[in-house]
Write a protein that binds this ligand. Sequence first.
Ligand code: NAI
Length: 342
Amino acid sequence: MSARKVVLIPGDGIGPEIAEATKDVISASGAKIEWVIRRAGVSAIEKYREVLPEVTLDAIREHKVALKGPCTTPIGEGFSSANVELRKKLDLYAAVRPVRSIEGVRTRFSDVNIVIVRENTEGLYSGVENTVSPGVVMSMKVATERACERIARWGFEYARKRDRKKVTVFHKANIMKITDGLFISKAREASEQYPDIEYEEYIIDAGCMRLVQDPGMFDTLLLENLYGDVMSDLCAGLVGGLGVVPGANIGNEYSVFEAVHGSAPDIAGLEIANPLALIMSAVMMLRYLADSEGREDMREAADKIKTAYNIALSNGDKTRDLGGNLKTADFARVLIQNILKI
Ligand code: NAI
């Protein structure tokens, strides 16, 4: 099998450290990936004067698939978020984030198995903000029939393909009657096409309470953009934190795989970041390539990496965020040793 070219965006903060570790692990797994490295985020500004240069977008358009490290969003400096721009410009409308209890990572719950499906292109992320008059500012929550309908269908289709049993929508349609009202009406319409999958709704505040009491009640969560963002971190907290939750941003033409966490400026450069969430995102990417391009070699590599990190965590080989003392590169080295023994 020939090498598959994939775009790699190391990103900012801890991004380059965890991207390096991920590259090493993938290489040891035998997956034939040729990285096409491009910049985005603050690290792109110096060279290109923008957070999401056209050369980066063009590379993803050409190769269709990217693995992305976290990008810092400069606050109030006139630059938009590279992450939000990327999702909008490539129409990566579905974010999917599997949140599962992991062997070897002890938390309050041992039975979490939730997939978050987040609408990625609109809501309060539409960027429509303005000053109405001095001292009065406004942010517009945008919902369109097209986006609500396609994410609902995508969520149900995903649930069916993965043999999941239930889709739950969290919303606030009691207050945002028109926008969240549209979101749930499209989810209800989609649910009628999938009678094999149970459908339920919670007002988000009550839903959060139920979720932290008994996460085993939930299966697939279908959420608008901001709720999806918040719930992703909340659910990460149930399984050990941001270091163990991967993700993918999927559109009809392109896919960008990235961890849920951000660039963690508080620990950048210290070489203590956990690379596992990005490694798990890379595993999702290898499986995606296996499914969409028939690359069984990618599936084998993905299985090896998963086995390797399960062994590592069960043996107590962990980074600091999970209660261990391994540095970023040391954790990668342990995974590589485990892979070589498989
Ligand atoms: P964050 O996720 O970067 O950090 C939150 C906390 O989790 C910090 O204490 C950090 O040290 C810790 N943490 C995160 N990832 C970790 C890892 N892999 N290993 C160990 N500890 C980890 O969230 P924050 O601080 O709100 O955002 C920082 C920057 O990242 C902001 O500019 C934000 O806009 C950006 N961001 C980018 C995302 C992306 O590129 N997709 C997603 C979320 C935030």
